[in-house]
Structure formats: structure tokens, C-alpha cells
Design a protein around this ligand. Structure first.
Ligand code: NI
Length: 166
């Protein structure tokens, strides 16, 4: 299976709002498998379809230490949230940049699994952070959008410098 290309900030395609998935079929499952391979190879703990330039509401995550607990979220919705937690985040689309973002501490999520079956989970700690970060990608949002303007322009400068060196 091929590794997919991951879009990098500030690529405008990362600003696309993803459309709902209407059929969970073998084609979608093939995309999920390619995304999983891409995420594990990166390596990363989460990947949204947006990041591989497919603009549908699909997110995969694996926050386990053993890297064998893939979770698939199709058409995810946060139906409840409470509390606050601040956590250092990074993103495969913003390589080498890490900063602290404050998000809900605990969320209840409703979604479809890779077979199209609905399920609900309550997520806390790292899984909660990771899901909120990935769901943001589906809205065309990256974690640096939460940072101050000054930090955002520093990040853009760093990325431009790096691109010139390539
Ligand atoms: Ni990300």
C-alpha cells in the first residue's frame, strides 16, 4: 500500500471544510488502511483525511504505546464536553513545531466505525486532546490557529526558511 502525501501548513488545502461521508464501503476502508500506514510511518498519533487532501469527515487515531489500537471516526460529532486542559501539541502538517493549546478535558464523541456502525465513546487526557485536534482539521483548522499572531508569524517564517533550504 502506498504512503500518502501529507499536506504541510500553510498549504491552503488544509483550510478546506470536509464533507460528511455518505457511504462506508471498501473504497473508504482502503483509504483508512492507507491513512493508517501513513500515520504509523510518520510516526504520528492521529491523522485527518484533510491532511492527505481528501476532504471527507474521517479521522484515525492511535494513542496507545504499543501502536496497535487504531481507532476510526467517520462523521464524528462532539456531543458533550466539559472541563479544560492545556497540553503541548504537534501536527504532522506542521513538522517540528510544538506549542500549548487549551481544550476541553473530557468529551463524548459519536461517530461511525470502519463498518459504518454507530458508536459513542468518552475520551479524556491524550485521546481527548488528539480527537479535538483531528476534528479541527475537518473544519479547516490547525492547532497554530489557537496561538498568538506573533507566534503564528514566527512559525510561518521558520517554515519559509526551511522551504528555501530544500
Ligand atoms: Ni494535526
Amino acid at each position: 500500500m502506498p504512503l500518502l502525501e501529507i499536506l504541510e501548513y500553510p498549504d491552503q488545502r488544509l483550510l478546506t471544510v470536509a464533507k460528511p461521508v455518505d457511504t462506508v464501503d471498501d473504497g473508504l476502508r482502503a483509504l483508512i488502511d492507507d491513512m493508517a500506514e501513513t500515520m504509523y510511518a510518520a510516526p504520528g498519533v492521529g491523522l485527518a483525511a484533510t491532511q492527505v487532501d481528501v476532504h471527507i469527515r474521517l479521522v484515525i487515531v492511535d494513542v496507545s504505546e504499543t501502536r496497535d489500537q487504531l481507532q476510526v471516526f467517520i462523521n464524528p460529532e462532539i456531543v458533550e464536553q466539559e472541563g479544560e486542559q492545556a497540553c503541548e501539541e504537534g501536527c504532522l502538517s506542521v513538522p517540528g513545531i510544538y506549542d500549548t493549546v487549551t481544550r476541553a478535558a473530557r468529551i463524548r464523541v459519536r461517530a461511525l466505525d470502519r463498518n459504518g456502525a454507530p458508536f459513542e465513546i468518552v475520551a479524556e487526557e491524550m485521546l481527548s486532546v488528539c480527537l479535538q485536534h483531528e476534528f479541527d482539521h475537518l473544519e479547516g483548522k490547525v492547532f497554530v490557529d489557537y496561538l498568538s499572531r506573533l507566534k503564528q508569524s514566527r512559525i510561518r517564517n521558520r517554515i519559509e526558511k526551511r522551504a528555501r533550504r530544500r
